[in-house]
Design a protein around this ligand. Structure first.
Ligand SMILES: Nc1nc2c(c(=O)[nH]1)N[C@@H](CN(C=O)c1ccc(C(=O)N[C@@H](CCC(=O)O)C(=O)O)cc1)CN2
Ligand SMILES: [Mg+2]
Length: 288
């Protein structure tokens, strides 16, 4: 079998285009554009690219982008004061602090300072709690994008065996919650799991978010499985995922490439979440 290659770029463009048309209606109804504030601290080159791409995607969708670039030696108090100002600004529907932050800043404290109802990244503990109990909130963009790609492949995920590789707060844990909500049987494997391969060989769905280049081997994949690779690892040979793509594509039913798989969906889902936030704040029903 040779897997279908999932075109994340095309899916992301379709989502962004759909949201842009809804934003046009929002603007007519609310008399203003949805606004997204993005905060970048420091000069990490990859983060600078992501922030630039977020600003462009925001404007392309007909929304307003407020970009705040702070030097790497910014202190926590200055950053918290900016977050407080954005929380209070009625033109701002979504607030995003680009991660990672410089080591001297407690990222948890900064995320906690963001108004949960403007937390379009879905990283605030209130939104993590809402996701855990199935209440309306914001779902982190990367796992939401992964779920959308999976739902396009499988209109019902009910009863499927899903294995999430990695237990981070921003991908692994919310991904597992989303799959559980879809009635998958969910396993999270991690660095202390005794036999990762044995779990993966049962999986109809694999979501790899471990941050180790080519960690997942082709012979760990169940024939026909859907494989979603969240890894973005910069190596001497270029950008690679957490899955040994060449080996896995010979076994899987469908697989995301790196680049061009999950990454573009992250930004498209951010645009979606910002539109949803603006609708909630204006009492307008979101068209999704
Ligand atoms: N506040 C946040 N910080 C971070 C998030 C996030 O969702 N919110 N996620 C990542 C970085 N990220 C967005 O911020 C992101 C990463 C990758 C891509 C992407 O499109 N990747 C391309 C490859 C681009 C490259 O060459 O690097 C792809 O996979 O095709 C978009 C967004 C951590 N921080
Ligand atoms: Mg290898």
């Amino acid at each position: 079998m040779t897997a279908t290659i999932i075109d994340g770029k095309a899916h992301a463009l379709a989502l962004r285009t759909r949201i842009a048309s809804h934003v046009a209606n929002f603007r007519a109804a609310a008399g203003r554009a949805p606004g997204l504030a993005v905060v970048l601290v420091g000069e990490d080159p990859a983060s600078a690219v992501y922030v630039r791409n977020k600003g462009k995607a925001t404007r392309d969708a007909g929304m307003e982008s407020f970009e705040h670039r702070l030097p790497a030696d910014t202190d926590a108090a200055t950053l918290l004061a900016l977050v407080a100002q954005l929380n209070a600004d009625p033109a701002v529907d979504g607030i995003l602090v680009q991660l990672p932050l410089p080591a001297h800043i407690d990222a948890g404290a900064v995320l906690l300072a963001i108004d949960p109802d403007k937390d379009v990244d879905g990283f605030h503990p209130v939104n993590a709690g809402r996701l855990a109990i199935g209440a309306d909130g914001f779902v982190p963009c990367t796992p939401l994008g992964c779920l959308m790609l999976l739902q396009d492949l499988h209109p019902s995920l009910s009863g499927m065996e899903a294995v999430v590789v990695g237990r981070s707060n921003i991908v692994g844990k919310p991904m597992a919650q989303l799959l559980l909500q879809q009635s998958c049987t969910v396993t999270i494997v991690h660095s202390r799991t005794r036999d990762v391969a044995a779990h993966l060989r049962r999986a109809d769905i694999v979501v790899a978010a471990v941050g180790i280049p080519h960690f997942i081997q082709g012979d760990w994949i169940k024939p026909g499985a859907s494989v979603i690779d969240v890894g973005i690892n910069r190596t001497d040979t270029g950008l690679v995922g957490d899955v040994d793509f060449a080996a896995a594509r010979a076994v899987a039913g469908a697989i995301t490439p790196v680049p061009g798989g999950v990454g573009p969906m992250t930004i498209a889902c951010l645009i979606r979440n910002t539109y949803v936030s603006a609708c909630r704040r204006e009492g307008i029903e979101a068209a999704l």
